[in-house]
Structure formats: C-alpha cells, structure tokens
Design a protein around this ligand. Structure first.
Ligand SMILES: *Cc1c(COP(=O)(O)O)cnc(C)c1O
Length: 358
C-alpha cells in the first residue's frame, strides 16, 4: 500500500501547494490532552470594516486563531505546550512541578491548572511582592492551590535551585518547567498547532500570507516555525516582541534557532534552523514588558468594541497594536491575508484595571 498512498499524497500535496514532510516521532511523544482542539478560526470582518472606514481604503483580510479558547482554566497558548510538558513530567514519575514567571503570568496559571488535572503539586516562583489583594492570574493561581514563592529577578535562579533541591530531598521528584514552557518539549505543542491550522485550508481558500502573534519566551514562535517547515508553509511568521532581552549572550533569534533544532530532533524531523528563520518585530516594545501604553489601550478597546474580543495588556494587546500599526502604515496591504494568532491573556485584564483608563 505504501507507495500508492505516498503517490496520492504527493499529488494532493502538489494540488494544494503543499510540501508536507514527516516527523515520525511526533505521534509517539507522551501527551496529556488538556486543550479543546482544534481552536476556532474566525474572520474579524467588523474590525476590517472599522479600519477600512478609518483609512478610506481596503485593508487586508484579518483572521483570528482562537487559542485564547484552548479551554483549560480560561485558556491560552501555554495549554498546548503543557500537553507535552506535563505528560513528560508524569512519564518521569514527578510528584510536583516547579515553574516561574511574572506575578500575572498566564503560563503559571495554566501550569497550576494542568498540574491539578493530573494530581501534581505546583510550585510557582513569581517575581515581585505578594500584593495585599490578589487579582487576575494570581488570584486564579491561589484558587488552583499553587504554592507561590516570591522573589526578585536576581534571586530567581538561586531560589529555583534551592526549591528544587529541597523538594528532591523530600522525595517529591520535582519536574522543572522553564519560564513560558519554552523548551523543545513545550514547543512541540505549537508544531502540532501549525499542522492544525494548515489543515484548515478550506477555511481560508488559500494560505494566509502572514501570521502575527506576541512572542515572549519564544516557544510559541519556535513551534510555529518548525511546524511551518514541516507543512511547507512559506508565509511570514511575525513574532511581535513584548519583552526586552538582557542584551547579553546569543540574540533572541539565535536562542529560538537553538530550541528549534532540538524540537526538530525530538519529533524526528531532519529540518535545520538558523536565526534567519525567525522574524522578530521589535517596534512595539514600548517601555518594556507589561508596561501599558496608549497603543495597548487602543487595541484592547478597539477589539472589544468591534469584535467582542478581549486582548490583554501584556501580550495580545501589544501584538494587536503592532498589527493595527502595520495595517495603518500600509506595511500590510489589501492583498494580504493575515492571521492574528490569539495567545490568550484575558485574565490579566482584571489585574491591570487601573492602567486601562476605563
Ligand atoms: C506566554 C504568552 C505569550 C508568549 O508566548 P511564548 O511562547 O512565551 O513566546 C503570548 N501571549 C500570551 C497571552 C502568553 O501568556
């Protein structure tokens, strides 16, 4: 049978302009299902109409991939990564997980929920100070029963190490999940996500010319880029950077290339990657991570009022502000078909209420 199926596959692939390659290990990797998949893809026609009226010219087709609706504990992009990370933790016999982030980390909230689902304890190392009243993601972390450890950015590596050691000695066999779940295990979730989207050719008619989304720790972008090579997708994958790097060591693109190589290896793909495979747009960083400006405020308000859709102050609001600017400046044209990959973050809105000026 093999040859014939292969032949039909090749012919179908040519017809649809695909150049699909295989990743033989992908289906063998341990995976725990947390997400409600596939997530929806919707056309943002009211947003298109508003922009077109404002600019008095046609604008690109604007679509949204609803990974804010992955389903676990208010959803978001980390759920896809956690399907592979938590399954690996369980396979290794862990009794608890440790991860880290900002006080309003969506990653920490989704990790805490995923841990609950499989009966693991969850330790969160958060940068900042315990607020008098918790809100947003932190409130949810607490409701989920996560054990929160506060520290400064400088203290974080040492605290994670000592916590790890302490839990090891207590026989808890802790499993360490990096910030944002961005390693070759978590990124596999976005390889699968890219395959999921490219399988939806019927929705778009033809493939999108651009995919735009916020990039922070890089695992989402890594997965999308690795998945794109597998699917033969040649459109632009633009990560809108939301946080300034340290300015030392390898560049963000180089770091992502490194994780991409490891991710490809993990799924049995022979693709290789360099920094050139990664497009990072640095134009919308503003003052830095999590500092809300008028650009995010406008994006949050416009999306709510045109589409009934919430983007967040830290990630998706910033990336959407970038997308709006690319449309207004003419960088994206009426010939383009753009997918905004909505990575979630809605729960942070509540914690930023004073910054939103509503
Ligand atoms: C973590 C996060 C991102 C960034 O994803 P990375 O894989 O860390 O680059 C984007 N949006 C939201 C809402 C997030 O929580």
């Amino acid at each position: 049978m093999g040859r014939r199926v292969f032949f039909i596959g090749v012919v179908a692939g040519r017809m649809f302009g695909m150049n699909t390659k295989t990743a033989p290990e992908l289906d063998q990797l341990p995976r725990t299902r947390f997400a409600d998949l596939p997530t929806a893809i919707e056309r943002m026609d009211k947003l298109e109409a508003a922009l077109s009226a404002e600019l008095e010219r046609p604008v690109p087709e604007l679509w949204v991939k609803r990974d804010d609706q992955t389903g676990l504990a208010f959803g978001g992009n980390k759920t896809r990564k956690l399907e592979f990370l938590i399954a690996d933790a369980v396979a290794q016999g862990a009794r608890c997980v440790i991860t880290a982030g900002a006080a309003q980390s969506n990653h920490c909230r989704q990790t805490a929920a995923a841990a609950v689902k499989v009966g693991l304890d969850c330790h969160l190392v958060l940068v900042g100070q315990k607020p008098e009243k918790s809100n947003g993601n932190l409130l949810l972390d607490e409701l989920l029963g996560a054990k929160v450890h506060w520290c400064t950015r400088e203290e974080r590596p040492a605290l994670m190490e000592s916590l790890n050691k302490q839990l090891e000695e207590a026989g808890e066999n802790p499993y360490l999940i990096p910030v944002g779940g961005s390693n070759e295990i978590g990124s596999v979730g976005y390889v699968v996500a890219m395959q999921e989207m490219m399988g939806k050719l019927g929705v778009f008619g033809e493939r999108p010319t651009h995919i735009v989304f916020p990039t922070g720790s890089g695992g989402t972008q890594v997965g999308l880029v690795v998945g794109a090579k597998l699917c033969g997708y040649e459109g632009k994958i633009i990560g809108v950077n939301v946080s300034k790097g340290s300015g030392e060591g390898p560049t963000f693109e180089e770091q992502m290339a490194e994780i991409a190589l490891k991710t490809a290896k993990r799924i049995g793909s022979e693709d290789t990657f360099t920094a050139d495979d990664f497009i990072v747009n640095q134009n919308y960083l503003g003052v830095g991570y999590g500092v809300v400006t008028d650009a995010e405020r406008e994006a949050i308000s416009l999306l709510a009022k045109t589409e009934g859709l919430f983007v967040c102050p830290v990630y998706t609001g910033r990336a959407m502000a970038g997308l709006l600017d690319m449309v207004r400046s003419g960088e994206l044209t009426a010939d383009d078909k753009v997918v905004f990959w909505h990575t979630g973050g809605g729960p942070a809105l509540f914690a930023y209420r004073d910054e939103l000026n509503v």
